[in-house]
Ligand binder design. Structure first.
Ligand SMILES: Cc1ncc(COP(=O)(O)O)c(C=O)c1O
Length: 413
């Protein structure tokens, strides 16, 4: 892949320093419109094959970039094997950054070339984990337009999580606007229809310095994106889970119900051990009775028996997934009885199907669950009928293949 070289420097008013290599959007022939750059960039000069771009903010030159003409001309196309996409980070062109002001409100954010940010070593997020993340996806439709799926739900979940860990958060409008800007600036990285999606990762972190345990005085809201394919290497093929007996993901009164960053490092060990034994991931039980299903490391879980689909109630120890919520509505609209309640681990023995849900996986059918050394198999190694039906309904909606009667998708362009 031909890449333009970007060297940039940002003043500390951003709290950010960029030094990145990037490839950018298309060059047309004129000096003044070489790229689909955010408005805060302008062309400064043009020296043969080198283009100098500047990014201006608060009157000072924040960033200079040099792109070879060849790189710019090649840059509409990304050199990616769309068929080989997994769920790993592929760096794209731009990220979005917005800082809080001293009164805790967020001011106008902006797009910057993707790259490292500078953080004070005593930033609250680094020392005490005061941070949240979100995850949502953009899909490219066959007509070239772009669809987001329920982005305001992610904004609301970030606001709820921020409240729990004493952070200010962007408003729903700021959040959704930032997502749209970031997706459009990186639109050449959205996989063709049917090849995957653009995963969008908003972050909200305490960037202000702390030493004692107090909320930070400053926060940064950021968004970066990456084209993705399947989350589990199995794709829609069934995954194999093991019920975790020793470790718990969350406790009542804790932070299991929000998407705080600390919830994720704590599941790595159980997941690592499970993977070493050949399982795809672990299924957690509640930490009090050790008998009710909670969720998988990063997905919700559903159990199907006859016409009834049951899922653990979201009462603070599991993440209220947006896919979970959408599946509940879609399943009810199809005539299934959906129950949000305590689901005992014993019910796994008798279930017809089990599946997981999440933005990354959408729906992942479970082929087997191992509990107390006993393996329970589902679906005769195939995808269960209900899992398949709900997967097709939801993905058709997300990808714009059917009319969105739920009003869940947001069209860009
Ligand atoms: C712990 C956990 N549970 C469930 C989910 C699924 O949530 P959603 O459907 O909003 O992606 C996620 C994914 O973000 C998660 O991290």
């Amino acid at each position: 892949m031909v890449r333009g070289v970007l060297v940039s420097r940002l003043s500390s008013s951003y709290g950010a320093f960029l030094a990145a290599s990037s490839s950018l959007a298309p060059l047309s022939n004129g000096k003044h419109c070489p790229l689909s750059l955010p408005s805060s960039f302008k062309v400064e000069s043009h020296f043969g094959s080198l283009w100098s771009l500047s990014h201006l903010s608060t009157g000072s030159t924040m960033c200079k970039a040099y792109f070879s003409k060849k790189a710019l001309e090649a840059s509409e196309v990304v050199d990616i094997d769309w068929d080989g996409l997994g769920f790993g980070l592929v760096q794209t062109d731009f990220m979005y950054i917005m800082q809080s002001s001293s009164d805790g409100t967020f001011n106008k954010g902006e797009l910057l070339p993707f790259g490292p940010i500078q953080l004070n070593p005593s930033a609250a997020v680094l020392n005490y984990g005061q941070g949240l993340f979100e995850g949502l996806k953009a899909y490219r439709k066959e007509d070239g337009s772009i669809l987001l799926f329920r982005p305001e739900e992610n904004a609301l979940r970030m606001i709820a999580g921020a409240e729990r860990i004493c952070m200010p958060a962007p408003t729903v409008e700021q959040f959704v606007d930032a997502v749209k800007q970031t997706v459009l600036a990186n639109k050449r990285w959205i996989p063709p229809t049917g090849k995957g999606s653009l995963y969008i990762r908003p972050l909200l972190v305490g960037s202000g310095p702390v030493l004692s345990l107090v909320p930070a005085s400053e926060y940064i809201f950021m968004i970066y994106v990456s084209p993705v394919g399947n989350y589990f290497k199995e794709g829609l093929a069934p995954i194999n889970l093991i019920v975790e007996k020793e470790f718990h993901r969350a406790t009542p009164g804790g932070t299991g119900g929000i998407k705080t960053i600390g919830n994720y490092a704590s599941v790595l060990k159980a997941q690592k051990v499970a993977k070493e034994k050949g399982y795809s991931d672990v299924l957690y039980l509640d930490s009090v009775h050790k008998k009710y299903l909670e969720e998988v490391s990063s997905c919700n879980v559903f159990v199907v028996k006859d016409n009834v689909i049951s899922t653990p109630a979201a009462k603070g120890t599991i993440l209220p997934g947006i896919t979970r919520k959408s599946i509940i509505d879609v399943a009810r609209s199809k005539g299934y009885q959906v129950e949000e309640r305590l689901v005992s681990v014993e019910e796994l023995l008798d279930a017809d199907e089990v599946f997981c849900s999440g933005t990354a996986v959408v729906i992942s059918p479970v082929g087997s669950i191992t509990y107390l050394g006993k393996r329970i198999d589902y679906g005769n190694k195939g995808v269960g009928v209900v899992s398949q039906e709900l997967y097709s309904s939801l993905t058709s909606l997300q990808m714009g293949l059917v009319q969105d009667t739920m009003g869940w998708t947001v069209q860009l362009k």
